[in-house]
Design a protein around this ligand. Sequence first.
Ligand SMILES: C[S@@+](CC[C@H](N)C(=O)[O-])C[C@H]1O[C@@H](n2cnc3c(N)ncnc32)[C@H](O)[C@@H]1O
Length: 270
Amino acid sequence: MSKTENQPDWDKIAEKFDLWLPQLAPVGEAILEKLGAKSGDRIIDLGSGTGEPALSLARKMTGQVTITGIDSADGMVNVAQQKVIDEKLQGIEFRTMSAEQIRFEDNQFDRALCRFGVMLFDDPLKGLKEMRRVLKPNGYFSLAVWGAAETMLTLYWTYEAFKNRIDEDLYPPLAKVTSLGAPHTMETLLKKAGFHEFTIEPITFHYKFKSFDAYWDTVEASDILKMQYDALPDEQKPEIRNEVSRFARNFIKDGTLTIPHEYLLVSGKK
Ligand SMILES: C[S@@+](CC[C@H](N)C(=O)[O-])C[C@H]1O[C@@H](n2cnc3c(N)ncnc32)[C@H](O)[C@@H]1O
């Protein structure tokens, strides 16, 4: 990972990533709806993290589909695989593998999905080419990438709060996370990867928390910004919370913090 791509250390935060799953659920549902899995399908989830939305699909279609989730972080794979064991799920497994080097033969999968993974790959184009390679001819894909920087509001707020307080090399990864957010960027990349039939749909969904405190508790407990906090002098740490709470103030409605985020739902076929 280059220094300007300050993603969380996925291995280290794996156990805590699930704190975000309830917020991301609507995106998983939209991906699965577009994916349109059918009985008998073999499916791959790229950058599968702690297992969602592949696990939801496995629960819904037990005995009908075979799913392989791949992720480059061992820690995330272990958390996902533990859920398979705990729930005694059949037909789903998670394996440590880079999306840029998928260890499967060509034309193996009927469908591919990916939630908020592609823009985080070291080489998104290579990952998409690999996804295409392992899809069968006419195989379908459905994936989500974050929208433009100013629509990824929570990360935008923290970026603004940390900016100028820590070394530039450690800024929150807003540029990387939103790097595929402009529709033409994704369109160009998909074409370069060899896809010609696809749609790109901007969708707004909302993070919902019962208060600002509940939101901030999740930020802190998930260690999603640990790298940035560790770089901050102690006396400045409360300032970050205060600054972000000022941004959030406008998004409290009827006692609930409701924060819009935009993503691109990208689906198509090989
Ligand atoms: C934001 S998380 C999303 C996890 C899961 N898809 C979800 O939506 O809950 C991004 C995941 O992409 C994985 N990742 C990043 N770069 C990768 C790569 N080059 N190959 C495979 N996985 C990668 C990370 O380890 C992390 O688990």
